[in-house]
Design a protein around this ligand. Structure first.
Ligand code: NAD
Length: 275
């Protein structure tokens, strides 16, 4: 389907919108993935820790859409960090997903207290060389973590998936990524739903005769971000993808831009997270 894609440093491309499936059990994930693929999505974001890789794989296989058209991301959980344990955990993820490759494999958190993310990254480089992970990236990494994996391997992640929404815009981190050609991907892009009732978002939505969710997703798109809104409700899954037939004007972007730091992180600060 005709939708914007972003090109990684490694030459591969990622559809700018994907379906997020956190907190979605297997039997709910499968129909949600089918609904998304029917609505035009070609990108799904899961993780080993979500315990729904089987459901995601089933949704893909029963969708009628060719696996090769679908961009599939999964993530390595913190307990499995380390060189050999990463390779083993990757095999288990592929098995659960029922596929022989993923489009993107992410280190879920630096989990810096373990001090294993650099060795983990070396295993990721191996998986990329083998072609079983077509692209490799990270999640929740601070610039210092990224600098270290580059220093140890000479290979930069193509993407960093971080918490990012209109009231927590991560401008400094995005600038750092840009300097290295790393794509920024927004998790909890709707602020886990809390931004849907924000009055600034509501007024922009009313002006364009769109929903708050559509305005926020469009804001991520226009900022060059990859965005993975979560819903398991087919009507909302469809709504969240109908964002390619309108655009925000400079007044809208200014108004939403001013929301930065009006809110804060919802999730853990990766610097503090000891899990
Ligand atoms: P989100 O910001 O996508 O918000 C999801 C919630 O918004 C849903 O539960 C639903 O209640 C509501 N919603 C969605 N569409 C709606 C609509 N059209 N109308 C009304 N309400 C709507 O939150 P999220 O799930 O935290 O983040 C999205 C995805 O990001 C996750 O599913 C996961 O894939 C990823 N994620 C990654 C990390 C990480 O550490 N890498 C952490 C959190 C989330």
């Amino acid at each position: 389907t005709n939708q914007p894609r972003i090109t990684f440093k490694d030459g591969n491309t990622i559809p700018q919108i994907g379906l997020g499936v956190w907190q979605t059990p297997n039997d709910v994930a499968a129909p949600a993935v089918r609904a998304a693929l029917a609505a035009g999505y070609r990108h799904v974001d899961t993780a080993a820790i979500y315990e729904n890789e089987e459901g995601v794989g089933e949704g893909i296989r029963t969708s009628g859409v060719d696996r090769r058209e679908i961009f599939l991301t999964t993530k390595l959980w913190n307990d499995d960090q380390g060189f050999d344990s990463t390779l083993a955990a990757f095999d288990r993820s592929l098995k659960r997903l029922g596929t022989d490759y993923v489009d993107l494999y992410l280190i879920h958190w630096p989990s810096a207290h373990r001090d294993r993310y650099a060795d983990t990254w070396k295993a990721f480089v191996r998986l990329k060389e083998e072609g079983r992970a077509r692209s490799i990236g990270v999640s929740n990494f601070y610039p210092g973590h990224i600098e270290r994996v580059i220093a140890e391997t000479g290979v930069a992640p193509v993407i960093n998936q971080i918490e990012l929404h209109p009231d927590f815009q991560q401008k400094d981190t995005r600038k750092f990524h840009e300097g290295l050609g790393i794509v920024t991907e927004s998790w909890s892009p709707l602020g886990q739903g809390k931004l849907l009732s924000n009055p600034v978002i509501a007024s922009v939505a009313a002006k364009h005769n769109r929903t708050p969710a559509q305005v926020i997703i469009r804001w991520h798109i226009e900022n060059g971000l990859v965005v993975i809104p979560k819903s398991v409700t087919p009507s909302r899954i469809g709504e969240n993808f109908q964002v390619f037939d309108f655009s925000l004007d400079s007044d809208d972007l200014t108004a939403i831009g001013k929301l930065d730091n009006a809110g804060a992180r919802i999730g853990p600060d990766p610097k503090m997270a000891a899990f």
